[in-house]
Structure formats: structure tokens, C-alpha cells
Design a protein around this ligand. Structure first.
Ligand code: GYE
Length: 342
């Protein structure tokens, strides 16, 4: 908070200087009190925008687009922010450049939705030296020193993975399918917490059940095109796939297209389990192509705005905040679609 202390001292000396000027010259009383007033208005922060640099992952999925929209609308001028937005096109090196840019522009706060968990120490050390608080959004980071970021808000990805596995086990039980179920997993960006948590949560849970067998897992980079491509290659390698776990809805849409092109019926011959629960997934469930989507909430904008304001006011913030999420199976998709916000 060194930076804020300096700013406070500067404002304080300005107020004193304005006061001294008035008594020295004994003139233009109203003028000096006016300037002192406008200084104190800035002091209270009432009309000063908080400049926030936000390094976003990219625009790889419906989830990401909804997350960007939420951040942009919450971090608006109307709400007291000047947002500098940088799209990293799914590359961490672009994020590191963006953060350095934010530091050189001397922003008040930095927000990062990190592509991967590791590799942040150096640049966050630079932000810390510049006394700029850092809010991590969505995916997590792995750093040895917790003081390199102020707080984090996002999802419990491992729990999402566990929820997906438990849903699948119950679904097969209810269908009376006790024979061996062959599973393929379309993973997200390797090294991102969304991928790490979902892979671990699903894998650790499903291995407790003898009738499930993970045939293969491979990354589809969280995009529809790559999801389709990887599914096509799985279909060439294996002719007995019973279940597809797609670590986001967009990869599931790609996999559904690949299955249909191969003459299979997704949602029926092959069970489709997905993550995010974006509107298009509800439509896919209503069409009978997808069986379930495990919710992942992208609407972090208002939470980040609140955290940024608190940090600027030197208020205490919770270090780690998880958002609540549900599981949406196809049976309730029609009823739930009108309530979905993204
Ligand atoms: O599931 C996926 C996006 O990090 C939670 O990133 C996010 C994931 C989300 O590309 O659709």
C-alpha cells in the first residue's frame, strides 16, 4: 500500500499548500477554498475512476465470451472504472507482456484470468514491487509466495470433475448398464486449473468403479474445432466408445458433430457429459444430443469490481472465493433454459 500512502501524502500537502496560499496573500479566498474542495473530492475517490488492467485468456469458448461480457459491464465508467482490456489469444506469453504493460501504465489494479497455473512468479513480483494489487479470476495460479496476489475468485474445478463422475455413475446405474463402459476424455488447455481440476476430480472418482474404463484422454484446447478433430481421431482408433467427457461445452459440440458424421447417435448410443452449462448446451440437451452439463459460472465481473474497490480502500478481502455451481441433466434443460444468463 506504499503507493496509496504516497498519493495520500501528496494530496495532504496540496491541501496544506492551498490553505497556506490563501492566508499568505489574504486574497481570492473563494478560489483557494474551491481548489481545496476539488482536491478533497478527489481524495474521497468519489469522482476518480479506478484504472484496472484485465488480461483475459482469449475468446475460445461461449463461457469465455460470457466472462468477458460480465467483466466489461461491471468494470465500466458508470461503475467507477477505466478498464484496459487485453486478449491473450490463449498464450501465457501475451499475458505476461500485458501485465508488464499495465505496470508501465501504472494502473491501480491488475486482474488476470490466467491461461495456465505456473510461470507467474517473475511478473507478479514486478507488480508487487510496483505496489499494484493483483486479482486472479477464473483459473488459479500456483506460486510459492501467496503475497504475489491479493485474492482469487473462481470455480472449484475438481469438485466439478467429481460431480460429473458421480452423475455418470448414477445415470448408468439407473439405466441398468452394469457392463463395461468405455470413456474418452476431451481435456481443456493442459496446465490450466480448469483442465487439471476436472481431469483429477473425474479420474479419481471414476476409478473407484470397476465398470468404467478410460480409453484415452487428449486435449481439445477448449475449442469446438479442436474438440471435433480429436473426437474424429478417437473414433478412428476405437470403435467401442460409450461415453465422452468433454471438459467444456464447445468441445462437446465438436464431438457431437464428429459422432454424427460417423453415423453414431450422441446422447443415445454415446453418453455426452460436458462442463460449463452455457445456453447452447441447454439447446443441445433439449435436442437430445447432450446428456448433462456441469455448471461453471463465468459471471465474475461484479465480484471483481467489488474486490477492486475494497482493495483501493484498503479494506480486507477474502483471499479465496469459490462460486456455487449446479449440475444440469437433460431432463431439466427445457425448464431451466429461460433462467440461464449466459
Ligand atoms: O470451462 C472453458 C473456457 O477456465 C473455467 O475456460 C474456464 C474454462 C471454461 O475456455 O469453456
Amino acid at each position: 500500500m506504499k503507493k496509496k500512502l504516497i498519493a495520500l501524502l501528496m494530496c495532504f500537502s496540496l491541501v496544506i499548500a492551498a490553505g497556506c496560499g490563501a492566508s499568505d496573500t489574504n486574497s481570492s479566498d473563494s478560489e483557494s477554498s474551491e481548489s481545496a474542495q476539488s482536491t478533497s473530492a478527489n481524495d474521497s475517490g468519489s469522482n476518480k475512476l479506478i484504472t484496472i488492467g484485465f488480461s483475459q485468456v482469449g475468446a475460445e469458448s461461449d463461457w469465455r465470451v460470457a466472462n468477458t461480457a460480465s467483466m466489461k459491464s461491471a468494470l465500466s465508467e458508470k461503475n467507477g472504472f477505466k478498464l484496459i482490456f487485453a486478449d491473450a489469444q490463449q498464450k501465457q506469453e501475451n499475458q505476461i507482456k500485458a501485465v508488464r504493460d499495465f505496470i508501465s501504465q501504472d494502473v491501480d489494479v491488475i486482474a488476470i484470468a490466467p491461461v495456465t497455473e505456473t510461470g507467474w512468479e517473475t511478473v507478479l513480483g514486478e507488480a508487487k514491487d510496483a505496489d499494484i494489487p493483483v486479482i486472479i479470476v477464473d483459473r488459479m495460479i500456483k506460486v510459492s509466495d501467496d503475497s504475489l496476489f491479493s485474492c482469487w475468485v473462481g470455480s472449484d474445478f475438481q469438485k466439478e470433475g467429481v460431480n460429473a463422475a458421480e452423475w455418470l455413475v448414477n445415470y448408468m446405474k439407473e439405466k441398468g448398464k452394469t457392463d463395461k463402459q468405455n470413456v474418452v476424455v476431451l481435456q481443456g488447455t493442459i496446465g490450466s486449473s480448469a483442465e487439471i481440476g476436472r481431469t483429477k476430480g473425474f479420474g479419481d472418482t471414476i476409478k473407484k468403479y470397476d465398470n468404467f474404463n478410460i480409453l484415452a484422454q487428449q486435449t481439445g484446447e477448449f475449442t469446438q474445432a479442436k474438440g471435433q478433430e480429436v473426437m474424429e481421431s478417437f473414433l478412428k482408433q476405437y470403435n467401442d466408445i460409450d461415453v465422452v467427457i468433454a471438459q467444456n461445452d464447445n468441445m462437446a459440440f465438436g464431438a457431437i458433430d464428429a459422432l454424427k458424421a460417423a453415423g453414431k447417435a450422441p446422447g443415445k448410443d454415446v453418453t455426452i457429459v460436458s462442463f460449463d452449462a452455457v445456453k447452447a448446451a441447454f439447446k443441445s440437451m433439449i435436442a437430445g444430443d447432450m446428456n448433462v452439463s456441469v455448471e461453471c459460472n463465468p459471471l465474475h465481473g461484479p465480484r471483481v469490481a467489488e474486490l477492486a474497490k475494497k482493495l483501493m480502500n484498503d479494506e480486507k478481502v477474502e483471499k479465496i472465493q469459490y462460486v456455487d455451481e449446479k449440475v444440469y441433466p437433460a431432463e431439466i434443460a427445457e425448464k431451466e433454459l429461460p433462467n440461464r444468463q449466459y
